[in-house]
Design a protein. Structure first.
Length: 344
């Protein structure tokens, strides 16, 4: 059962629900379609409220969603009238819910859908509103999975890739993000997780609130605001023991998050379409560039991979990025469709 079940009156007064009915806001459409997937028991009431919204719009000849505020008093009056009269509405699905790009489902052996999966392709980013009103910004080439029990018995998610989470507070249901190497537990906070498969490090950056991180071997630590922890995926050696509890194997170090001269946080610069790297080798940033631009990068001399770069790029094509990097080291490049070859 949904712990925060909406009444018809609440639905009619909800701007995001009206946007969903009028199909005017992609984020609200996705939220309510996901909500119906998770709480099918509320289908009758939601369809009843939707019918009222669309019916009143037709009755007054409303054609532009921008004028919706004019009918909101009528919506509230309609809801009160329905409650007073005890009217009960029964509806059936005529068509399956519309699915947006990047939204898929997984099935069990019985064919019953158990998981909701959000994905982004290389070069694509997506903003998601979860049923508990938490929001997620999913970075390029990432995958986020949750079960239909989300916000019922748990708030567990599984992430491969990178995402920024702004979590609504719920003491009874901690928000847990699982990655291939560790998990992050929170009650309500803003934090970024980067855990791309195959990369040498994973990291979690805390913007506000408080989070605890747990490793499979039982080790754990607590992050405070404006701190980040870096896990070394290919080694279990502890590089720097800085925590109020025993660090888990694989932690490289805990350190302050970085800010640019304007005060913006580097670890979440991707959310404003800004690509940043600081004193990183080309081997380390290759994966970032490949995901960002949906390309494949090769070089014919191993020393090229050791070149180190610092740079900030916003809305720049890959050609401009490579030209800027050439000021640090002399190399040549050629581009053939989605393949980039670097040479000395």
């Amino acid at each position: 059962m949904n712990p925060a079940k909406r009444t018809i009156e609440e639905l009619l007064a909800d701007d995001s629900f009206c946007n969903y009915c009028f199909q005017t806001n992609e984020e609200d459409i996705l939220f309510w379609e996901t909500y119906l997937e998770l709480y099918p028991e509320e289908k009758t009431g939601i369809l009843a409220a939707k019918s009222i919204v669309l019916g009143l719009r037709t009755a007054i000849g409303q054609q532009e969603s921008g004028k919706r505020l004019f009918i909101k008093p009528l919506l509230r009056m309609a809801a009160l009238l329905l409650i007073a009269l005890g009217v009960y509405y029964t509806y059936e699905w005529i068509k399956p819910a519309k699915k947006l790009p990047g939204f898929t489902q997984q099935s069990t052996e019985s064919g019953v859908s158990n998981f909701i999966v959000y994905t982004t392709a290389p070069g694509e980013r997506k903003k998601i509103r979860l049923p508990d009103s938490s929001t997620v910004e999913l970075n390029v080439a990432s995958r986020l999975q949750l079960t239909k029990d989300f916000n019922k018995t748990n708030r567990d998610l599984y992430l491969e890739g990178e995402a920024l989470f702004d979590v609504s507070h719920n003491e009874e249901l901690p928000f847990i993000v699982q990655t291939p190497g560790y998990e992050v537990r929170v009650l309500g906070t803003l934090f970024n997780v980067k855990a791309y498969p195959g990369e040498s490090i994973s990291e979690t950056s805390l913007i506000r609130g408080k989070v605890k991180l747990f490793k499979p071997d039982g080790g754990h630590l607590t992050l405070l605001p404006l701190q980040k922890v870096v896990f070394e995926n290919k080694s279990t050696r502890v590089m720097n023991q800085v925590a109020d509890s025993l660090p888990a194997p694989g932690i490289q170090h805990i350190m302050p998050i970085t800010k640019n001269p304007e005060g913006a946080i580097s670890e979440i610069s991707w959310t404003v379409n800004t690509l940043r790297f600081e004193n990183e080798s080309l081997s380390d940033i290759r994966g970032k560039l490949e995901r960002w631009y949906n390309i494949h990068i090769e070089w014919n001399d191993s020393i090229i991979g050791s070149y180190r770069f610092t740079g900030t790029f916003q809305n720049e094509p890959i050609e401009k990025v490579l030209e800027a990097l050439q000021f640090s080291y002399p190399f040549n490049y050629s581009i053939n469709q989605d393949k980039v070859i670097l040479s000395k």
